[in-house]
Write a protein that binds this ligand. Structure first.
Ligand code: AMP
Ligand code: MG
Length: 399
């Protein structure tokens, strides 16, 4: 049996890098960037006015001028006007380029107009270069704005647009086959007999994959029949980058998955992890270096293994850096001593001092996935501890 830390490391080390592809900017949200993005121009590209008002020469102000002659009106997007003589000003709008000869802006709230004159409060303090966002003060042209491996959220998408990019190189969406095995399984929408159950694992897995890594998911429901499993898993392997199976990895007579995978040339990396739930998890690499995760079928185990191992592995394959571990504290004392690493479902609240508190939400066995409703995720508790006191720190995995 492999321990949790080794299992994670073995998986991460073997993850292939998924290919990159070019996408239009409008489809890139949530993807992982795979190229460096440099500034197209200085940022901002010109001395940008940050207030509606008048642009003046600060020397005039120092010389005591309080009434300025308005020589023009300049909107954002207009080429710059010029101040060419003392006491002149340009009526200016936020976002406009600073007129030549001007080096300070006085906000509109501080002036009053009389015909073509702008008068300013005599006692106002006016600093040189006030209300000007200087050219290149954020970034210079050619400097790096985004590094490969960053997740493209709303700010990053805006930065790409600001850099003039309408196409961007991102990690390709992983093609993932999500395969449920079990003679008892029936699709939602189909009639279900008393001795059968609904297949829910594949739906939960597919939802997680879509949310966390934009995967293109093919679901398959397969009976526990060796020849059928051999044929369909081989096809799904050829058509996908990653295989995630659920069910059929324990010690029962119809737990055919490990044997079938090895027969298909998938090299076993480990079988069974020192953890609860999810102990029977199986992991291997195919001859084409495609990862194959075979998760136990009990629904809580399936989701725990997915979040603890599979999703971090897919993040690695997409090119994301290792995420910082989110730590929370147990909201109440737990009086038990797990002999294996223990994954406990929790709901999060915050105390007045900002501590994230994890309230245990244990399930009735690893088959009870309905008790996971409205939980935040689960915490990882080490084995060999006698009791877990209140405020015990634990790593959180969020759904
Ligand atoms: P197994 O790992 O195949 O021994 O399955 C363990 C338990 O998980 C059994 O009670 C199965 O019925 C249940 N199970 C297996 N696959 C699924 C699935 N796709 N959806 C819901 N429950 C499942
Ligand atoms: Mg089964």
């Amino acid at each position: 049996m492999t321990n949790v830390v080794d299992a994670e490391a073995l998986i991460l080390d073997l993850m292939p890098r998924l290919p990159a592809r070019t996408l239009p900017l409008g489809q890139a949200s949530g993807r992982v960037l795979r190229e460096r993005i440099n500034a197209e121009r200085d940022q901002p590209p010109f001395d940008r006015v940050t207030m509606d008002g008048i642009a003046i020469a600060h020397r005039d102000w120092e010389n005591g001028v309080r009434e300025f002659e308005i020589v023009g009106i300049q909107a954002a997007g207009a080429p710059p006007l010029a101040i060419t003589a003392p006491s002149q000003c340009v009526e200016i709008m936020t976002g406009a380029m600073l007129p030549s000869g001007a080096d300070a802006v006085i906000p509109v709230e501080r002036i009053w107009r009389e015909l073509d004159k702008a008068n300013v409060e005599v006692t106002l303090e006016v600093a040189a270069r006030q209300f000007i966002h200087p050219r290149g003060s954020d970034r210079l042209a050619g400097s790096t704005l985004l590094e490969p491996g960053c997740r493209l959220g709303p700010p990053e998408i805006a930065i790409l647009a600001g850099a003039g990019r309408f196409n961007v190189e991102v990690a390709a969406a992983p093609r993932v086959a999500v395969i449920s095995t079990g003679d008892e399984l029936v699709e939602p929408g189909q009639p279900v007999a008393p001795h059968q159950i609904r297949s829910s694992n594949d739906w939960g897995i597919a939802a997680a994959l879509e949310r966390h890594c934009g995967a293109t998911v093919t679901r398959a429901l397969l009976k526990d029949e060796r020849d059928l499993l051999l044929a369909r898993i081989a096809e799904l392997h050829d058509e996908n980058d990653v295989l995630i199976l659920s069910g059929g990895v324990s010690m029962g007579r119809f737990d055919l998955v490990p044997g079938v995978l090895e027969q298909l040339g998938v090299a076993l990396v480990f079988h069974k992890i020192e953890q609860r739930p999810g102990r029977p998890m199986w992991f291997g690499m195919s001859r084409d270096s495609k990862p194959v995760f075979a998760l136990p079928g009990n629904p809580v185990s399936t989701l725990v293994c997915l979040y603890r191992y599979v999703l971090p592995a897919l993040s690695r394959a997409l090119g994301l850096p290792v995420a910082e571990q989110e730590q929370v504290r147990l909201a109440e004392e737990l009086n038990f001593a797990p002999d294996l690493t223990y994954f406990l479902p929790v709901t999060l609240t915050w105390s007045a001092d900002g501590t994230a508190l994890a309230w245990p939400r244990p399930t009735n066995t690893s088959g009870d996935f309905v008790s996971l409703a409205n939980t935040t995720g689960f915490v990882e508790l080490p084995r060999g501890t006698e009791t877990f006191p209140r405020h015990f720190p634990a790593r959180l995995f969020r759904w």
